[in-house]
Design a protein around this ligand. Structure first.
Ligand SMILES: [Zn+2]
Length: 308
């Protein structure tokens, strides 16, 4: 096939393999701290204060996404408000515990010390709109290149995470409604009473037959996805700024594929990650955890407490 043929038929353009990489900020220790009355989750390194625990990672499964959606279902409903002071006031000890647990397993969902930070890019609006153009230029360059913006910040305000989760959740509900997934077991277990109320008002499902159901996904259109050539791996890579950004990408996958995949989403008792179980009685993720390794670990823990 020659170049003319390519141009004549867009759909025949071969698509290169794209690696999706995400900036991951994972720390050894997480705690809840308060700054000016606002609750933050702060990650730190025990071993080496100099260490920079930000790295690009290819995340090859969607467990982080289901973990975020499960987290949403479990958090106090009152923290989900665009008025961050009200959201902050509603945060309970249990909310903090749940978010710390998420961070321990997956890393920080985003990071910035400012309350007006856009959770999908880590960048604060104030800096984006008010700062000198020099700084803005530099920041935009950093986003496009492999420099991790705000890597000096290893913390985030819980109330801002709540705002980001709200956006993700409304898109998620739009997709559920569009494909009529409300009663699938993986979905129905996640839905809160408020979700169900919102879903009952959505009418995408009934419009689905009329081909042009007007579905607007907010988060994927809010933030861009940039790709760049990576000389090291000789592949085109798509960069996600953080786990929330990757979640928006995941919503695109759900929307375009129209499938949740098969299997049941469960939580592994050993590594506490969400995974898709192919059999109803599968309890462990099998990658890397097995029932044997779980019981061995339990035995070791019991032995060490006995020795104390
Ligand atoms: Zn596991």
């Amino acid at each position: 096939m020659n170049y003319q043929d390519f141009c004549g038929n867009e759909s025949m353009l071969p698509t290169p393999y794209i690696r999706v990489v995400t900036k991951i900020s994972k720390w050894e220790k997480y705690e809840c701290i308060e700054i000016n009355g606002f609750k933050f989750i702060y990650g730190s390194s025990i071993k080496n204060t100099e260490s920079n625990l930000f790295e690009y990672k290819e995340i090859d499964n969607s467990s982080f996404f289901w973990a975020l959606m499960t987290l949403y279902s479990k958090l106090s409903p009152d923290i989900f408000t665009h008025t961050q002071s009200a959201g902050n006031a509603a945060i309970t000890d249990n909310d903090v515990k749940l978010i710390l647990h998420f961070c321990k397993v997956h890393g920080l969902p985003f990071w910035n010390k400012k309350l007006d930070a856009a959770p999908f890019t880590n960048i604060s609006n104030e800096e984006f709109f008010n700062d000198s153009s020099d700084k803005l230029d530099e920041m935009q360059k950093n986003i496009l290149r492999s420099v991790i913006p705000y890597s000096q910040f290893n913390l985030f305000p819980i109330s801002s995470l709540a705002v980001g989760l709200m956006s993700l959740r409304s898109d998620f509900l739009r997709i559920i409604s569009y494909y009529g997934w409300e009663n699938l077991i993986n979905i129905s277990l996640l839905l809160t009473p408020k979700d169900k109320k919102i879903l009952s008002k959505m009418e995408y499902g009934s419009l689905q037959s009329s081909k042009h159901a007007d579905i607007n996904l907010y988060t994927p259109s809010l933030i861009g996805f940039t790709t760049q050539w990576d000389n090291q791996t000789l592949s085109l890579r798509l960069n996600c700024e953080n786990l929330l950004h990757l979640s928006a990408y995941h919503l695109c996958l759900l929307m375009q594929s129209g499938t949740l995949g098969s299997g049941i989403i469960k939580t592994c008792p050993k590594c506490h990650k969400q995974f898709v179980a192919n059999r109803r009685n599968q309890t462990f993720c099998h990658n890397p955890c097995t029932p044997q390794s779980f019981h061995m670990q339990k035995k070791r823990n019991n032995n060490s407490t006995e020795r104390k």
